[in-house]
Design a binder for this molecule. Structure first.
Ligand code: M6R
Length: 363
């Protein structure tokens, strides 16, 4: 039942504050991670983990890419690969490596095959971050860490993605503890997560403004999404959402790669979307965007109060100040809404985009 919403996708976007709270429920309390809630088998596996290999497809792969930045920040090595490539590669597994699969459905054929093949590859074990309790990935992995997004019907994944990021952030905190995370640092990270549902609600209140931005996309054929650091995978996810439901060709690039090719595409007809929070790479991104403006590219920016954009022409939406740890989650929301409103204006089938299935159970 879609309730008051025109589409399941929109309903699922709006469910995010609630399902993020659900995913945190019983796992954090008063500035601490409740690791016992992970189960003994999981914590024993985390004790042995020196490196993480993440394998997933589509949106779930993007969640894995964000987690790589998080894990490396606390000293845990991490590789991420799409399952369809990983499966057919001769992988060299580092000592103490944990295989993490990420999947909404738990039935994605390539991800499942990657898990099955991993048994002979020397991993210390397998953990799945999954949304469907009875799924094949849950049954066949050594341990699971469930997201609690509820049923996701829209083919374009939204609430599954943000709850995957929450789950991965919790796992990161657990691994960080084993790397000497101080109680004060843990408190900061946990409190950021605790306030996340409210932060997401505040972004959802900007929907009307995003709807207006979307009007400039409906006659476009291409769009470029830029980001740096953990916002690069956020840009990848934004581009995937737009292409999936509006059929506009959208590509994501690390902003620093612009000059190495994609800048040649930029002219007045090219919208360029960028998440631009106040973070250590801000100045670098701004100088990349300057290049875009110099070629007439139209800029659509998502930023916060602390950022002085200082470019000549652009459209921007200012988000409330957010926390660095959870910012990639918060900045994913406006990109979901942008894709939704562009698709709506184009009159495409938002919940059932052409040629796509919700779950890819064949190779
Ligand atoms: O069920 P999974 O998370 O394993 O699915 C993986 C992809 O097929 C999925 O994320 C797909 O890319 C979505 N349609 C993206 O919105």
């Amino acid at each position: 039942d879609k309730g008051p919403y025109a589409h399941y996708m929109l309903k699922e976007i709006y469910e995010q504050p609630g399902v993020i709270s659900e995913t945190l429920e019983g796992r954090i309390h008063k500035g601490r991670l409740l690791e016992a809630s992970f189960g003994h088998e999981t914590t024993a596996l985390l004790d042995k983990t020196k490196h993480v290999q993440i394998v997933a497809c589509g949106t779930s792969y993007h969640a894995g890419l964000v987690a790589k930045y998080w894990l490396e920040e606390v000293g845990v090595g991490c590789s991420v690969e799409v399952a369809s490539e990983y499966r057919y590669r001769k992988v060299v597994v580092p000592e103490g490596s944990l295989l993490i699969t990420i999947s909404q459905s738990g039935e994605t054929a390539d991800t499942l095959a990657a898990l099955r093949d991993s048994c002979s590859k020397g991993y210390i074990g397998s953990l799945t971050v999954c949304n469907v309790p009875e799924s094949s990935l849950v049954r066949e992995s050594d341990v699971c860490f469930m997201t609690r997004a509820g049923t996701e019907i829209g083919v374009a994944s939204t609430k599954a993605f943000t709850t995957q990021l929450v789950a991965l952030r919790l796992l990161m905190i657990a691994l960080a503890r084993r790397k000497g995370l101080t109680p004060e640092e843990e408190e900061t990270m946990v409190n950021e997560l605790h306030s996340l549902p409210r932060q997401v609600e505040v972004v959802l209140e900007l929907a009307d403004k995003i709807q207006i931005m979307a009007e400039d996309f409906s006659d476009k054929h291409n769009a470029l999404f830029l980001g740096r650091g953990a916002f690069y995978p956020v840009a990848m996810e934004g581009a995937l959402k737009l292409k999936e439901i509006s059929y506009i060709h959208a590509e994501a690039y690390p902003a620093g790669e612009l000059k190495h090719g994609p800048l040649a595409l930029v002219d007045e007809t090219m919208p360029v979307v960028c998440a631009l929070p106040d973070d250590p790479l801000l100045e670098k991104v701004l100088s990349n965007l300057q290049e875009v403006r110099a070629r007439g590219g139209e800029l659509f920016l998502f930023s916060d109060h602390k950022v002085n954009i200082g470019l000549d022409r652009y459209q921007s939406l200012t988000l409330a100040d957010i926390y660095p740890g959870t910012a990639p989650i918060v900045y994913s929301i406006p990109l979901q809404l942008l894709a939704y409103h562009v698709a709506l204006l184009k009159g495409t089938d938002v919940d059932q985009p052409r040629n796509l299935a919700k779950s890819v159970t064949v190779e």
